[in-house]
Design a protein around this ligand. Structure first.
Ligand code: XMP
Length: 315
């Protein structure tokens, strides 16, 4: 079972049978899973697939723009919706991780439904759910660990049917399907990014200023990982912003600044993960650059926990 051309044609056939003459709306997240789902569904239903890219304001630096360029190069029919302020307003004062996830998941679906109405209604909602999402949301027989927003957060009164072509696949299998569909390797090789985005990496209250600090630090970390030639060896690397400030000193002046955590893990399927032994030289460069270039930060720390007992994301 290679997930090559044969698997793809069979899946395309299944989607056709299910959707019949209906229309499909798809929320693209910028990640591999939703992109591969959209690409395979487009092969099945053609221009009856409408993609919506919701910028929830919790994307990485310059991500919205870069992702839209990729979608255009894949000829996907995509509408960009800038909903950043709306999401931040809904999340005002919320710090509890599961509530953050629920609010984001539900608002996401609402925005999709608005878009679906704009195009005159849609019969199906396409989601890039993959197998680990199903298991970790407690739908695979275990208890709920985190409600992944593409599984747990769907409103009970949703009118559309749910289409999840990648539901039985692990990440490496999704990448193989993507290759079969002709999606560029550099896009498929990007580190996974959670649906709720930086919301689960910005601990405590989500405010634009705090998200910007996290974005700037994260961009530096990833840039240096690429400079050291390690990006493709790492499953996922990112920064976390803690709701903890600490005392520092610059020159003779006391500071009371933000704390960044560096997180890098290796994994095969995200079910388990091992923290990556990054070179000291890289860590040193990243730490100095973050403190110099992101003035609000005065402390950089390293997460040396594997999964289990920790999860990859902090929330
Ligand atoms: P955890 O933190 O549970 O993450 O060890 C396992 C993998 O899943 C990603 N992740 C998500 N992906 N929606 C997604 O599509 C989500 O809500 C979500 N939460 C976590 C995470 O980045 C890691 O790769």
């Amino acid at each position: 079972w290679t997930l090559g051309a044969e698997w793809v044609s069979r899946e395309i056939e299944k989607i056709r049978e299910k959707v019949k003459g209906g229309t499909v709306i798809c929320g693209l997240s910028g990640g591999v899973d939703s992109t591969v789902s959209a690409a395979i569904t487009q092969r099945a239903v053609g221009d009856r697939l409408y993609c919506v890219f919701v910028d929830h304001g919790m994307l990485r630096k310059d991500e919205g723009q870069r992702v839209m360029e990729t979608y255009r190069s894949l000829d996907l029919n995509v509408r960009y919706v800038d909903a950043g302020e709306r999401f931040l307003k809904a999340l005002e004062g919320v710090t509890e991780p599961e509530r953050k996830r629920k609010i984001i998941g539900e608002l996401f679906i609402r925005v999709f439904e608005e878009e679906a109405r704009r195009i005159g209604g849609s019969d199906w909602l396409l989601q890039g759910t993959i197998y680990p999402d199903v298991v970790e949301s407690g739908h695979g027989g275990g208890g709920v660990i985190k409600s992944h927003h593409n599984v747990g957060g769907l409103p009970k009164d949703m009118k559309m049917g749910l289409l999840e072509p990648l539901r039985d696949l692990f990440k490496d299998e999704v990448r193989r399907v993507g290759r079969t569909l002709g999606i560029a390797p550099h896009f498929l090789g990007r580190h996974p990014f959670p649906g709720p985005g930086l919301a689960v990496r910005c601990l405590g209250e989500l405010r634009k200023e705090r998200l910007d600090i996290l974005r700037d630090a994260d961009a530096i970390f990833i840039e240096e990982i690429r400079n050291f030639g390690l990006y493709d060896d790492i499953w996922q690397a990112f920064c976390v912003l803690l709701p903890v400030r600490s005392v520092g000193v610059v020159g003779d002046v006391r500071s009371y600044g933000e704390t960044i955590v560096l997180r890098a893990v290796s994994s095969l399927d995200a079910m388990t993960a091992e923290w990556v032994r990054l070179p000291y030289e890289l860590l040193d460069t990243v730490s100095r650059r973050i403190c110099n270039e992101v003035p609000q930060v005065n402390r950089v720390t390293l997460d040396v926990t594997s999964k289990p007992p920790a999860t990859i994301e902090w929330e």
